[in-house]
Design a protein around this ligand. Structure first.
Ligand SMILES: [Zn+2]
Length: 332
């Protein structure tokens, strides 16, 4: 492999609830330049447009390039989306309705734009370039602020007739359980995401539990970083250990159930919480999933940690754009 960029070049953007990541990616899937902007979560469409364009331009500048040097753009965005039209239908987290993502970015960068759900783009990145390399049937779950999912069947993202399939975080694991951001009750995300863990730790503190996280988790809406949770867990803090084990058990139940339904070759577990705690968390989830997976007596389904970290989204989005608009990807 040479250090020379292998063209054609694609701009990949990962639009998240808190940050926008952008990267210029070459045909060997190497990142030539990257940029990060805070997501203007409350300010609406015009601010979002500015931040997206700024992130893209800064990534190009970081790579010593201009918009005329790229040939396509891929973006992963929270939804629900109209993937074909490239529109964010609505996103409470971004405070936009019917936002024309594809048209906005096409106008700004002058190249064809592919739009996909952010988690599906990340899952596709892991499938092609990370823990999923060499497999065709994948279930991926990303545990962070929420819980995102991606199903890949016979090498293609499963998005269903709705265009929005793969929402593992909204599998119901507890009937009439805690309220979810989606408005329903008992979703996996409402029980086992970092947000859910934070809420439960706050409750435990209110009941008098002693934990080093007391300083961080002042109320149920406190922002607990994955690193802080991981440090408390690793130091053996009983509150953190209890909540992490509980969350992992629910995630394992959901993933084991999906193994029974879908029989994937591999289940990939990623996201901020997984990355911060690492193999002990994956082990907890794996054990719970194995216990639930009655349809896999020979343990043929691999259960592994994601490999690409924060880069999964930009790499997946750039790959989707490359496959749609440019020649086939090179994986040599
Ligand atoms: Zn939900």
């Amino acid at each position: 492999m040479t250090t020379q960029a292998e063209g054609p070049l694609v701009l990949g953007i990962d639009l998240g609830g808190t940050k926008i990541l952008a990267a210029v990616v070459d045909a060997e899937h190497r990142i030539l330049g990257r940029a990060k902007e805070a997501t203007p979560a409350r300010e609406g469409g015009a601010a979002l447009q500015d931040a997206l364009i700024e992130a893209g331009r800064n990534a190009l500048t970081a790579a010593g390039l201009e918009p005329s040097n790229i040939e396509a753009l891929g973006i992963g965005s929270p939804g629900p989306l109209d993937v074909e039209a490239g529109i964010i239908r609505s996103s409470p987290n971004l405070n936009v309705v019917d936002f024309p993502l594809k048209e906005t970015l096409h106008q700004a960068f002058g190249v064809p734009v592919a739009v996909q759900n952010d988690v599906r783009a990340g899952g596709y990145g892991e499938f092609m370039l990370g823990a999923g390399r060499g497999y065709r049937d994948i279930v991926a779950a990303f545990v962070g602020t929420g819980i995102g999912g991606c199903l890949i069947r016979d090498g293609a993202i499963v998005s269903g007739i709705t265009g929005n399939a793969g929402e593992i975080g909204h599998l119901i694991v507890k009937a009439n359980g805690p309220k979810c951001g989606c408005g329903r009750r008992g979703c996996l995300e409402a029980v086992a995401s970092r947000t859910a863990i934070t809420r439960r730790i706050h409750k435990a503190i209110k009941k008098g539990a002693s934990t080093p996280l007391r300083e961080v988790v002042r109320n149920k809406n406190s922002r607990l970083k994955s690193k802080e949770l991981s440090n408390a867990y690793r130091s053996g803090d009983p509150v953190a250990v209890h909540e992490v084990e509980r969350a992992a058990r629910f995630i394992g139940l959901a993933l084991g159930s999906l193994i029974n339904v879908l029989g994937p070759e591999i289940v990939i577990i990623g996201g901020g919480v997984t990355e911060a705690i690492g193999s002990p968390f994956v082990e907890l989830v794996r054990n719970a999933a194995r216990g639930q997976a009655m349809a896999d007596p020979d343990r043929r389904v691999h259960i592994e940690q994601a490999e690409l970290g924060d880069d999964a989204g930009v790499l997946g989005a750039s790959l989707i754009a490359r496959e749609r608009y440019l020649s086939a990807p090179s994986l040599t």
